[in-house]
Design a protein around this ligand. Structure first.
Ligand SMILES: Nc1nc2c(ncn2[C@@H]2O[C@H](COP(=O)(O)OP(=O)(O)OP(=O)(O)O)[C@@H](O)[C@H]2O)c(=O)[nH]1
Ligand SMILES: [Zn+2]
Length: 349
């Protein structure tokens, strides 16, 4: 719950739960199927009275501009736009990784924001976007995920939820991971139809908060600063573990590929109970002996990539930092495998 004092732009959570560290910036992911009213919601939020500097990131695929994302920033009430050129690979990972990079770049240039709103494309899986923020929080990012808001078109949104395959899977996931659902365009449906939509949402996500709107007009306090993940380990993150370790030295690139493939593809690593480890998200900075630059490891489910970064190791100690998020992970076992098979200079190399 937040202080609503108008003279106080620095809103400080006063709850007693272990919240995010002071100074971290909340991100709200706004998702929902094509045309549900996401942009309408963002515009509404930006023009409402508030004392926040809000950065909005639009991850949309406009006509012919798939390689660019528009970035609009509301500062002291005025809206200006800045175009960031972002390299764009696959929909899920590159878009969100670049999204985060864009935020970081922008903060460097323009100073910090109080709040970030990220509109995903109507075709995005918000779960994958969200996992990006968990892993970056682990790596000490300035940004934390505040909540996932899913906008639903009351008239067309769920119409074919159980008939059209692609759409249903997406809409289903968007609702399943939501902390808040906004059933929008209530002007287009009858009471009965609205109730049906609400029941469907409820059946997919029994815990989610539901708000009904026209033109996405919501009370800002219902959307921002939800702190959905501060104490959420028991819900969405249930049984999902994070393992982080740091190992000094150089790695064998071939051995690292083999290790990752065993982990992500073959799933041959098990925890002490014999359950196979399952990785949802993987990220790291690693060192290869023949490379002066740091190498970034990025993985989402079965996909991963290793890319040389601009960052030189120079005189910095070469320390590999790895973060794994997933189920049945065991730090001791993972680290032992990693050190014995991937690290150069260990017995097997
Ligand atoms: N009748 C009605 N139309 C609405 C309402 N809210 C939004 N719209 C209209 O719905 C259309 C889509 O709204 P957007 O906000 O662009 O939807 P979006 O989710 O951002 O769409 P994409 O980014 O293309 O996925 C626009 O023409 C809006 O004017 C509403 O409550 N009622
Ligand atoms: Zn939009």
């Amino acid at each position: 719950m937040l202080d609503e004092d108008d003279d106080c732009p620095e809103l400080v959570p006063i709850d007693t739960q272990p919240g995010p560290p002071v100074g971290q910036i909340p991100v709200t992911i706004i998702t929902g199927y094509l045309g549900a009213g996401k942009t309408t919601l963002l515009n509404y939020i930006l023009t409402e009275q508030h004392n926040k500097r809000i950065a909005v990131i639009l991850n949309e695929f406009g006509e012919g501009s798939a390689l660019e994302k528009s970035l609009a920033v509301s500062q002291a009430g005025e809206l200006y736009e800045e175009w960031l050129e972002l390299r764009n690979g696959c929909l899920c990972c590159s878009v969100k990784d670049n999204g985060l990079k864009a935020i970081e770049n922008l903060m460097e240039k323009k100073g910090k924001f109080d709040y970030i709103l990220l509109e995903t494309t109507g075709l995005a899986d918000p779960g994958a976007v969200a996992s990006m923020f968990w892993v970056d929080a682990e790596l000490g990012s300035d940004i934390y995920l505040d909540g996932i808001v899913t906008v639903i078109d009351a008239k067309y949104g769920l119409q074919c939820l159980f008939t059209c395959h692609l759409k249903s899977a997406l809409s289903f996931r968007q609702i399943a991971v939501a902390d808040l659902t906004i059933i929008n365009k209530t002007d287009l449906v009858t009471e009965e139809e609205l109730k049906e939509v609400k029941d469907t949402v409820r059946s997919i996500n029994g815990l989610v908060k539901i708000i009904e709107t026209q033109r996405s007009r919501v009370d800002l306090s219902e959307v921002l600063d939800l702190h959905s993940f501060d104490s959420k380990d028991g819900l969405l993150l249930k049984s999902i573990l994070t393992v982080t370790f740091e190992i000094a030295g150089d790695l064998s690139e071939d051995a690292l590929n083999a290790f990752i493939q065993d982990l992500l593809w073959e799933k041959i690593f098990c925890n002490k109970e014999g359950q196979p480890m399952s990785v949802i998200r993987l990220k790291g900075i690693v060192s290869f002996a023949d490379k002066g630059h740091q190498v970034m490891l990025q993985g989402v489910h079965e996909l991963y990539e290793l890319n040389e970064t601009q960052q030189l190791w120079e005189e910095n100690p070469r320390i590999n930092r790895l973060v794994f998020i997933g189920r049945n992970l065991d730090k001791d076992i993972l680290q032992e495998k990693f050190v014995s098979t991937v690290l150069l200079g260990s017995e097997k190399n």
